[in-house]
Design a binder for this molecule. Structure first.
Ligand code: ZN
Ligand code: ZN
Length: 254
């Protein structure tokens, strides 16, 4: 399995892209602004999108992706998400007002996308690859994803606040190699992190205290204006070598 980080920032700006991971050539985990860097050919090869939650930084490229490649694809793009996320995207984005309902268009029998409901704990198998939704706590319905190549696993938390249930799931992954976990806010904004169900460095340290299996840890979703500060606080809270920032463009193979 190859995971290419198309975007992992908590915001936009030159060189910064929001949440999107390209798994091999045909699967996206989230569809933030990072998707827009792909060539049209590469976008056309994407058959599946697994959405963590409906917040805009995680889905904003989905409507444009469906529209850009739909006419050139033979089959609809399959969008996997928990039911409330699909309901939100249908009601508020693909509603023929903000964007066309491409689950019906251009023709109901040959739409550009189709929705597939998943439930936390469910595994979708694509060839040898296993993709499992993990329940997280984010104030809105949300999941993370566990990607298992057979040889090793990567867990991407997506957006989450403190969540004991997540660690029960992660600690049960025998072949865990990588953990991509958010730290959206710096310590100054801990109250906002708590209110918005995100993490800050001290909350990250508390969460990682619940991790019982070894893993290489990468930090995602850093706010652009506080990136350096937050990373310094992460190093202070965890120790200098425990975690490092995930970078846009990074390639992880496992
Ligand atoms: Zn979010
Ligand atoms: Zn987010």
């Amino acid at each position: 399995m190859k995971v290419r980080v198309l975007g992992c920032s908590g915001g936009i700006g030159a060189g910064l892209r929001t949440s999107a991971l390209l798994l091999d050539e045909d699967v996206l985990i989230d569809a933030g602004t990072g998707v827009g860097d792909l060539a049209l050919d590469a976008m056309r090869r994407i058959d599946h999108v697994f959405v963590t939650h409906a917040h805009l930084d995680h889905v904003c490229s989905l409507p444009l992706l469906a529209d850009s490649v739909g006419p050139q694809r033979q089959a609809p793009l399959t969008v996997h998400a928990i039911a409330p996320v699909i309901a939100a995207l249908r009601a508020h984005v693909f509603n023929d007002n903000i964007w066309p309902d491409f689950a019906r268009l251009p023709r109901p029998e040959a739409p550009y996308l189709r929705w597939r409901v998943i439930v936390p704990g469910e595994t979708v198998t694509l060839g040898a690859r296993r993709i499992t939704a993990l329940a997280v706590e984010h104030g809105v319905p949300a999941v993370g994803y566990w990607l298992d190549s057979g040889a090793a696993s990567l867990v991407f938390t997506g957006d989450t606040g403190p969540n004991d249930a997540l660690w029960d799931q992660v600690n049960a992954i025998a072949n865990l190699r990588y953990l991509l976990i958010e730290t959206a806010f710096c310590e100054r904004d801990k109250a906002i992190a708590v209110a918005a169900s995100h993490l800050c460095p001290s909350l990250l340290a508390e969460e990682l205290g619940k991790l019982r299996v070894p893993a290489e840890i990468f930090i995602t979703h850093l706010k652009p204006g506080d990136r350096a500060l937050t990373l310094a606080e992460v190093a202070a809270a965890l120790g200098a070598d425990r975690a490092r920032a995930l970078e846009d463009g990074q390639l992880i193979e496992f």
